[in-house]
Design a protein around this ligand. Structure first.
Ligand code: GLN
Length: 451
């Protein structure tokens, strides 16, 4: 009830939720109380969460922040949210995001931008919460939920966590089922938790993860005790510092934060090792070919026939065109055009096939590095949260935000952002810990040592 009241008071300003579900939340809270009384509770029973509006929730509208899905009420539940409900969590509502999770600032949402609850010292200017899981991030940071689900295709959990002072992990590709999550780029999309502490993320991921026969890319692996891993410490671990992440023009503030992280880990007994990930510089170019290519294919299903909105036309083709013209926002249209172009006959070899080859080299870089180190430490984002309305004139400037997060996505390795300090202007900054495939435990151990 307290969270419902806080949402009613603050959501009109922050716009963190697209849909709130106060009655559902109260009913689930009563069920949780009964379960606690009966002694069958889990650590998550009664914990109120914000669910990114990209997860299908049975009977609760799911928009993906797109007008094209405005009337869509899924008849089924995504595996990740089903597992969370089975653990006894409460759904407070569906969190805002960039349309179809395409963006880094939440400004591409068809339901209006989200405001970051943080402000620069002495300023009232509105800042973005990052994206695409910006609503999830703002909801948790503003105490409108105790935790949230996010999804991360190229940084959408880690960058908003960094912009709002939260912890958030993108697990190994395949760790969580993608069943019932609206698809953006299927070979990159992963679900993960966002919360105030590393331990909260570990508890949440424990409930979200696991093999699911409904998703052919979900991994048949046992889910380890992530919470126990947070207490392991870093003594004797080898932590890699990749030379290529020291980009030209990296701000002094970000490199100082990184050095601080290195010093903390060293003090706690970790060994710091210089490593090289030579293909890092191609990460953004590869990502912004592969992700739009897969998106253009995944978004073909929104044709006005099967899902959501339909705008009638003179004939079938006209109906398709009117529906898609009215239903998709400009960033989604841009991605569909880029994706269709790089997949088209005559350009496929030069763009898509080449990008796949370079993606493989990026994966090989990580595999080579992980022969020498147990985890890698980098900054999460090149800056703190920026102003609402900044970086909007040129999409490429916006894409540059993802420079530190996309390589781990392309390689499918787990990566976590941890709040590590404040900028001179008083805004949160995050460090990123990257681990080996299916070694979230080490990622949690190192992250807990940094928080
Ligand atoms: N910012 C990236 C993009 O716009 C990543 C988005 C995401 O991870 N969903 O594609």
């Amino acid at each position: 009830a307290a969270h419902n009241a806080a949402i009613a008071a603050l959501n009109p300003r922050l716009n963190a939720y697209i849909t709130t579900t106060p009655e559902l939340a109260l009913a689930q809270a009563q069920a949780a109380d009964a379960r606690i009384a009966a002694g069958t509770a889990t650590p998550l029973t009664g914990i109120p969460l914000a669910i990114k509006d990209l997860f299908c929730t049975a009977g609760v509208r799911t928009t993906a922040a797109s007008k094209i899905l405005e009337p869509f009420i899924p008849p089924y539940e995504s595996t990740v949210t089903r597992q969370l409900l089975e653990a006894g969590t409460i759904c407070l509502g569906k969190a805002n995001l960039d349309e179809f999770a395409m963006g880094s600032s939440n400004i591409t949402s068809g339901y209006g931008p989200v405001e970051n609850p943080w402000k620069r010292n002495g300023s009232d200017a509105k800042l973005v919460p990052g994206g695409s899981s910006g609503g999830s991030a703002a909801a948790v940071a503003a105490r409108l939920a105790l935790g949230a689900t996010g999804t991360d295709t190229g940084g959408s959990i880690r960058q908003p966590a960094s912009f709002t002072g939260l912890a958030g992990i993108k697990p190994t590709y395949g760790r969580c089922s993608r069943y019932g999550i609206v698809a953006f780029a299927s070979s990159l999309d992963q679900a993960g938790p966002m919360a105030r502490t590393v331990e909260d993320c570990a508890i949440l991921l424990g409930a979200m993860a696991g093999f699911d026969p409904h998703d052919s890319t979900s991994a048949e692996r046992a889910v380890p005790d992530f919470t126990a891993a947070t207490g392991r410490g870093v003594k004797g671990l080898r932590i890699g510092i990749p030379a290529e992440y020291r980009m030209d023009g990296m701000s002094g503030e970000i490199s100082a934060l990184w050095e601080k992280g290195v010093a903390w880990l060293r003090e706690q007994g970790a060994e710091i090792v210089d490593i090289s990930l030579p293909h890092t510089k191609y990460g953004l170019a590869v990502y912004y070919i592969v992700a739009p290519a897969e998106a253009s294919s995944n978004l073909a299903r929104y044709d006005g026939v099967r899902f959501g909105k339909r705008v009638d036309g003179e004939d079938l083709i006209d109906m398709y065109e009117r529906t898609r013209a009215a239903g998709f926002g400009p960033e989604v249209k841009r991605r569909i055009m880029i994706g269709t172009y790089v997949l088209s006959h005559g350009y496929y070899d030069a763009y898509y096939l080449k990008a796949q080859k370079v993606r493989n080299l990026i994966l090989r870089d990580f595999n080579n590095a992980f022969e020498k180190v147990d985890a890698i430490l980098t900054p999460t984002a090149p800056s703190a949260a920026f102003g609402l309305g900044e970086k909007m004139d040129d999409p490429v400037t916006m894409y540059l935000n993802d420079v530190f997060t996309v390589p781990a996505s392309l390689a499918g390795v787990p990566a976590m952002s941890i709040p590590a300090g404040l900028s001179a202007e008083g805004l949160p900054l995050g460090l990123q810990v990257i681990g080996k495939h299916f070694d979230e435990e080490t990622v949690f151990a190192v992250s807990a040592a940094l928080e």
